[in-house]
Design a protein around this ligand. Structure first.
Ligand SMILES: Cc1cc2nc3c(=O)[nH]c(=O)nc-3n(C[C@H](O)[C@H](O)[C@H](O)COP(=O)(O)OP(=O)(O)OC[C@H]3O[C@@H](n4cnc5c(N)ncnc54)[C@H](O)[C@@H]3O)c2cc1C
Length: 427
């Protein structure tokens, strides 16, 4: 029998909210098996109303809760299992921090993102720009097969050889296609890495960013680097730079140039288990982190982009800019191999504000004009036009064909619905 939690059940308060939003769903279903996911979907479709699919509850668009509708909470499908030397089977409800910890004693790791609280389901169906991304690719690039429930309640096992269209689509646009109930990843054998945390005082933000971008691109692929820039009277930046190997001498050589950038104010580097890299709090969800974001992918942090970001930070409505490296092995994958098609850009750039004002939107526009794509996992806006930036025309056409076959009634339309924009421009 389905476990359905409703107010005022004792579990309801701990399940109603997500990281970025409060919610008051009428029913929260907690399936224990793939069959129960299919049953839950049938229940939700018969009940009608809003439907939310939740894995880790860390979606930036905060749609994994709702008011008055149904939530299918995959938190109980949180298994982490080693199935052969380097193959691991993960449940969508597992969190990447826990995955990293479990994999470490097996001598394995999977590049995910900077937050260990993020769920396998949300990140594993959109991309996964992580701190070993330049070395090992996107998280989805390591996916070898998956189990999926489509809108009709059918269960599919998908891989490069089994239902390859569905396998292609869930690697970038999973939320449009169905509910992934199990993932089989080929992990990398990099359990230990060198991690540096470096602080900079920014006197000339644009020049710094331009030099940062060039350094990241010139660095060996073992280097992945995330930069977080705060505003204020004395703008500052904090970087997390990971060298994906435990070779201390090579790591030192690769990390040293990052300490030579202008404004370096402090640094700490150490050899650590990769499991120590994603910040994992296990904090309960209370809608604690409502934030508004605009995001895009850029080929390089060239002078135009760097000056644009400098102006954005100086304007005042943006609280923070995050810049994640996205090149290296990520760009080895052909653009048509997965529904995540952006395989030539070197950086993801995200602006974050606490207020979703027209002023913030306007301040983002000059940077937006320089972007060449978009990773939808970092976007809180719901503008359907942005689908075109997330999925280039050929990708969007193929996604629409797959969606019209497997979700003709638009059951999975909550998260960047690929059917929304009225026209697809010709390439
Ligand atoms: C603090 C923070 C840091 C982050 N850092 C990174 C980063 O470094 N790199 C990166 O790539 N991303 C990062 N992200 C973005 C993150 O990948 C996405 O927000 C992701 O969707 C969260 O996954 P979740 O399972 O926790 O989310 P949920 O809120 O549970 O789900 C989000 C949406 O994904 C879809 N979905 C969830 N589970 C499934 C499933 N099993 N099958 C099909 N669709 C599903 C649903 O539409 C759902 O509404 C970060 C997010 C946060 C909040």
């Amino acid at each position: 029998m389905l476990d359905i939690v409703r107010a005022p059940d004792p579990d309801y308060p701990s399940l109603r909210h997500v990281y970025g939003a409060t919610g008051a769903p009428a029913a929260i279903i907690r399936p224990r098996t793939t069959e129960e996911v299919a049953e839950a979907l049938l229940f939700a479709r018969e009940t009608g109303g809003e439907l939310s699919i939740r894995s880790g509850g860390h979606g930036i668009s905060s749609i994994s809760t709702n008011t008055g509708g149904t939530v299918i909470d995959l938190g109980r499908l949180n298994g982490i299992e080693r199935i052969s030397d380097t193959m691991v089977k993960l449940g969508p409800g597992a969190h990447w921090g826990h995955v990293a910890r479990e994999l470490y004693p097996w001598g394995l790791s999977i590049s995910s993102g900077d937050s260990g609280d993020v769920g396998v389901g949300g990140l594993g169906t959109t991309g996964g720009i992580g701190l070993m991304g330049r070395a090992h690719g996107l998280t989805i690039d390591r996916l070898r097969s998956a189990e999926l429930v489509t809108a009709d309640g059918a269960v599919h096992r998908v891989s490069a050889s089994q239902e390859p269209d569905l396998f292609w689509a869930i690697r970038g646009a999973g939320a449009n296609i169905g509910i992934v109930t199990s993932f089989e990843f080929e992990a990398s054998t990099t359990p230990v890495v060198a991690q540096a945390t470096i602080a900079y005082q920014l006197r000339d933000t644009a020049t710094f960013l331009n030099r940062w971008g060039a350094l990241v691109e010139q660095s060996p692929r073992e280097i992945s680097a995330f930069l977080y820039i705060g505003v204020g009277a004395a703008p500052f930046a904090q970087a997390t730079v990971v060298y994906a190997s435990d070779d201390a001498d090579s790591a030192l050589t690769a990390l040293t140039p990052f300490t030579e950038l202008p404004g370096m104010a402090g640094q700490r580097a150490q050899i650590v288990p990769y499991a120590a890299v994603p910040l994992t709090t296990d904090a309960p969800h209370s809608g604690q982190q409502r934030a508004f974001t605009h995001t895009g992918l850029v080929d390089h942090l060239d002078l135009d982009v760097s000056h644009g970001l400098g102006a954005l930070l100086a304007e005042g409505s943006t609280q923070m800019v995050q810049i994640r490296s996205a090149g290296g092995a990520i760009n080895d994958v052909p653009p048509d191999a997965t529904a995540y098609a952006h395989r030539h850009q070197n950086f993801s750039v995200t602006a974050i504000a606490s207020v979703d004002s027209p002023r913030f939107a306007a301040a983002w526009e000059p940077v937006h004009a320089l972007t060449t794509g978009m990773y939808l996992s970092f976007e809180s806006g719901r503008d359907p036009g942005r689908i075109m930036e997330a999925f280039p025309p050929a990708t969007l056409s193929r996604l629409r064909a797959i969606k019209s076959e497997w979700d003709p009634e638009g059951v999975f339309s909550q998260n960047f619905d690929v059917t929304r924009p009225s026209s697809v421009p010709t390439p």
